[in-house]
Design a protein around this ligand. Structure first.
Ligand SMILES: [Zn+2]
Length: 316
């Protein structure tokens, strides 16, 4: 049975176990009301399905009666939803991406040109295809829209960065934030590449947006819920500044590829050789590096050129 905590009257946090070690669980939040709401669901795996359904039974919410809001399109949040409903609420930008498909040829080419291997890319695509959203209808949610469930009035806040359409939900009266993967406390949210977006700038702006809410407490997509939201925001900003400095420092030694730069950055995973890392871990790493590089490029700090089909980055 999944761990269930009633974090506020009629709001339950359910730790849905994930079929891999890190992060080992995703938090699903259930608002028990005449019309219940489920925020995020888990991966498309039996272990998640059994845990969430068991928790809903225990809480007294019929999964067929509930509405489903998904903070962003990542597989550990959205994967299971197709088994529970045919109608989901999700940020409008993420809805568009889900409808149009992820891995367009130009995106794949971009990663290959950044030194990511074809084999790892194929593993990522297979992983993504485990999500079955056939027949699911996406109800795009816009920034500022209010969703009302029981005593809770939740304002959707667009927080792009982790994904282009990531959304948080905020209850102004209680100053509580369902932060999805925008703000996490036990781990640092990854920033993902998306076409011509400067995802890191978007992420930092989204942090700023949340900072001004002065939220009391955040209920994140992974790990523990927390007070001290603004302190965490400042920490996350410092983290990304440090990462940018590490990249600039490494480039002082000459032009490098994204994959070469990755070994100059401090990661909070332990490994001796790149080959020990799983394709997913490498995927997180390459996304983190290229989004920081893109950010530096946009700010005019670095330039890139193509040598033998691979991007080399260097200081201006
Ligand atoms: Zn995520």
């Amino acid at each position: 049975m999944a761990l269930i905590i009633e974090v506020l009257p009629n709001i339950f946090m359910v730790k849905v176990p994930l079929p891999w070690p890190s992060p080992g669980a995703v938090n699903s939040y259930i608002i028990r009301a005449k019309k219940p709401l489920v925020i995020d669901t888990g991966f498309n795996a039996e272990i998640c399905y059994a845990a969430l359904l068991g928790a809903m039974n225990k809480i007294g919410v019929d999964y067929r009666e509930a509405d489903y809001f998904i903070t962003h399109f990542h597989v550990d949040h959205i994967g299971l939803v197709g088994k529970l409903t045919k109608n989901i609420y999700i940020g409008d930008e993420d809805a568009k991406i889900l409808q149009n498909g992820f891995f367009k040829p130009n995106i794949l080419k971009f990663f290959i040109m950044n030194g990511f291997s074809q084999r790892d890319l194929e593993a990522i695509m297979r992983f993504r295809s485990s999500v079955n959203l056939k027949g699911v209808n996406f109800q795009p949610v816009k920034d500022g829209e209010i969703l009302e469930y029981g005593d809770y009035m939740l304002r959707a806040i667009s927080t792009p960065g982790h994904t282009p359409g990531h959304m948080c939900l905020y209850d102004e009266k209680r100053r509580i934030l369902f932060s999805g993967d925008h703000i996490l406390f036990n781990i640092t949210p990854s920033i993902f590449y998306w076409k011509d977006h400067d995802s890191l700038s978007e992420y930092l702006n989204s942090l700023e947006k949340i900072y001004y809410l002065n939220a009391n407490r955040a209920f994140p997509g992974h790990g523990d819920f927390h007070e001290g939201v603004n302190e965490r925001i400042l920490e996350l900003k410092r983290h990304h500044n440090k990462r940018l400095e590490e990249i600039i420092g490494a480039l002082r030694g000459g032009a490098k590829t994204a994959w070469q730069l990755a070994s100059h950055i401090t990661w909070n995973i332990s490994y001796n050789e790149w080959s020990e890392l799983s394709p997913i871990q490498k995927w997180f790493i390459i996304n983190e590096v290229v989004t920081h590089l893109l950010h530096l490029e946009r700010r005019g700090v670095i330039t890139k050129e193509i040598r033998h089909g691979i991007f080399y980055y260097e200081l201006r």
